[in-house]
Design a protein around this ligand. Structure first.
Ligand code: UD2
Ligand code: MN
Length: 593
């Protein structure tokens, strides 16, 4: 999903010995205490409106500045995008710093608090299912590095709130040597005073990365099944039972929930389409449609189905099987590649990997990763090289065809992983391709057209709701491009209205995008809300390109939580910028068809 452009830097391989992998185990003492999918695959995201929980309504939850959440959402739960409304400089700082440090809207995350209801996105058929009353208990392992406090605690509380106590053996938090101050004493204090003792904390003394981090967490676990989650997730209703059931039936089955989408800009929780995991020859994970043959069982979209690969962050696996199968490759650093490695290993060495559609867990999908590796290395390339050399046999050449510069790159010692492959008597990569992922194409004259790439928008263009001029009530001028309307990154200004000027014609569509003369979208910078809006390529994932017309004729920008205003009262250049919504005439806009 996150397609991040990696800058290739000189890579310094460092070997992590058993001794250097030291960590303190700090036990915390404390209180004990949809929408159904259409028959045919539809890649479009189903947006489910968020509703405030009764608890939040009754308590009149306030943020740290005393604003009531209902007021922020204006009493209308469908207006949740306005949860990010900025009231003062502190709000703006929380938002901007939040985007810099976490790449999502931390202002909204803080306002939501640690508990919230999420829409039940399961297929209605899931409600008819019965799960065995005796199921193995789970150790949930959550690694985090510099996670936003509120997102981490919402992850933990959602697990505690929506998991039967007898199935939740423990939650193991692994702090991967975070630098953020609130993740130290404040977090310990919160856990001590508010959470049951089954929530445990492990602190890595140095940064290990998520791969060794999970191995460390798993080594402390004592439950029958390991469940791994990212630190910015929210589990949905009855999420765990459907994962544990297939593992109970066959301990060599590894299962993933459907990963629902929590918007990084609005924190809106929405249902994810039913897709399965694949990869390309660059060894990037991708989502593929589920072949019809896989779904044509009696239970349709509510039955578990096979997946060639997993996304990586969210899965459950018998703990003994995890150890038997070789955990992870501890020579892999920080981020990337481990998901394909474990997927290939599961399939090639006698296990199977399923996606369980009746288990739903939301995850905040970010547009960029807010952290790097300590030495600035491209850990994805390093990790992928290791997995290619261990698991891909002659198909490694396909990787080098895409990444020729990696052919001569050092990838460290893989002898332990090779002997693991030998010991487990694993099948060939050709067997895997033929039997598990026959859709995978080899490049060449016979290759069929590439499968579609799924983004949030799928194939459809959003319907246009309105077309016309954007008239500013104070200046009586119209919003237009400063330069040419097709120039990416160009500014917008107000100019004298001209009925015949096509460059003043905006379209407003159902995705709340504002498109100038059918070309570019009005867009806001993610990390600097003080920057003026610009014209950018439409990306179709809301947030920075989502605009709402609200009360007092305001034009509200969802991602920055502010309103557009004409900044220059004398109106010489007609500049516009985003500002705290105050209802002033300079912030009033009318769509004139
Ligand atoms: C996806 C996976 C992620 C992982 C990754 C490939 C999902 C939803 N997410 O990326 O789990 O498999 O692909 O490696 O499938 N973290 C650390 N130490 C670090 C860096 C990260 O503990 O040095 C934590 C981080 O706080 C988070 C988790 O590891 O909880 C995954 O990191 P991410 O959310 O940045 O990865 P994501 O979702 O882009
Ligand atoms: Mn993540």
């Amino acid at each position: 999903f996150t397609s991040v452009t990696w800058t290739l830097l000189l890579f310094i391989y460092f070997n992590v010995s058993e001794e250097s992998r030291t960590f303190k185990h700090v036990p915390i003492k404390g209180l004990e205490p949809y929408k159904p999918f259409p028959k045919k695959f539809n890649p479009r995201v189903t947006r489910t409106p968020f509703k405030l929980s009764d608890r939040q309504k009754n308590n009149g939850v306030r943020n740290q500045f005393g604003n009531r959440i209902e007021d922020l959402a204006e009493g209308n739960s469908e207006l949740l995008p306005e949860m990010g409304m900025i009231f003062n400089e502190q709000d703006q700082e929380v938002r901007d710093l939040g985007y810099q440090k976490h790449s999502f809207n931390v202002l909204i995350s803080n306002r939501l608090g640690y508990h919230r209801d999420v829409p039940d996105t399961r297929d209605p058929k899931c409600g008819d299912k019965f799960y065995p009353s005796e199921l193995p208990s789970a150790s949930v392992v959550v690694c985090f590095y510099n996670e936003a406090f509120s997102a981490l605690l919402r992850t933990v509380h959602s697990i505690l709130d929506r998991t039967p106590a007898n199935l939740l053996h423990e939650i193991i938090l692994v702090d991967d040597s975070s630098e953020l101050a609130d993740l130290k004493n404040e977090l310990d204090e919160y856990i001590r005073t508010n959470l049951p003792t089954k929530v445990k904390m492990i602190r890595n003394e140095k940064r290990e990365g998520l791969i060794r981090g999970r191995m460390i967490g798993a080594s402390h676990a004592t439950g029958k099944v390991l469940v791994f989650l990212d630190s910015h997730c929210e589990v949905n209703e009855v999420w765990l039972q459907p994962l544990l059931t297939p593992i109970k039936e066959d301990h060599k089955t590894v299962v993933c929930p459907v990963i629902d989408i929590i918007s990084a800009d609005t924190l809106i929780y929405s249902s994810s389409p039913i897709v399965r995991g694949g990869f390309n020859w660059g060894l990037h994970f991708k989502w593929d449609p589920v072949p019809f043959s896989e779904l044509e069982k009696s239970e349709g979209v509510s039955a578990p189905f096979k997946s060639p690969t997993m996304a990586g962050g969210l899965f459950a696996m018998d703990r003994e099987y995890f150890n038997e199968l070789g955990q992870y490759d501890s020579g892999m650093d920080i981020w990337g590649g481990e998901n394909l490695e474990i997927s290939f290993r599961i399939w090639m060495c006698g296990g199977k990997l399923l996606i369980v559609p009746c288990s739903r867990v939301g995850h905040i999908f970010r547009k960029r990763r807010p952290y790097g590796s300590p030495g600035g290395q491209d850990t994805m390339a390093h990790n992928s090289l290791r997995l290619a050399h261990v698991w891909m046999d002659e198909y490694m050449e396909q990787y080098f065809a895409v990444r020729p510069e990696l052919r001569t790159k050092n990838y460290g010692n893989i002898s332990e992983r090779l002997s693991l492959r030998n010991k487990l008597n694993c099948k060939s990569f050709k067997w895997y391709l033929d039997n598990v992922y026959p859709e995978m194409q080899l490049p060449g004259p016979n290759a069929k057209a590439q499968q579609p790439v799924f983004n949030n928008r799928g194939h459809k263009r959003p319907k246009i709701q309105q077309r016309g001029r954007l008239f500013n009530l104070q200046t009586k001028k119209c919003l237009s491009a400063q330069g040419h309307p097709s120039q990416k990154g160009g500014l917008v200004v107000v100019k004298d209205c001209d009925l015949n000027d096509p460059d003043q014609i905006w379209s407003y569509n159902e995705e709340h995008e504002l498109i100038l003369s059918n070309l570019l979208c009005l867009d806001m910078s993610e990390t600097r809300s003080t920057d003026p809006p610009r014209l950018m390529k439409c990306h179709g994932s809301g947030g920075s390109q989502q605009w709402l017309f609200g009360k007092n004729n305001r034009l509200y920008q969802v991602s920055v939580g502010q309103c557009m205003e004409v900044t220059d009262p004398l109106n010489l250049k007609g500049y516009v910028a985003m500002a705290i919504c105050d209802g002033s005439p300079l912030q009033q806009w009318r769509f004139e068809s």
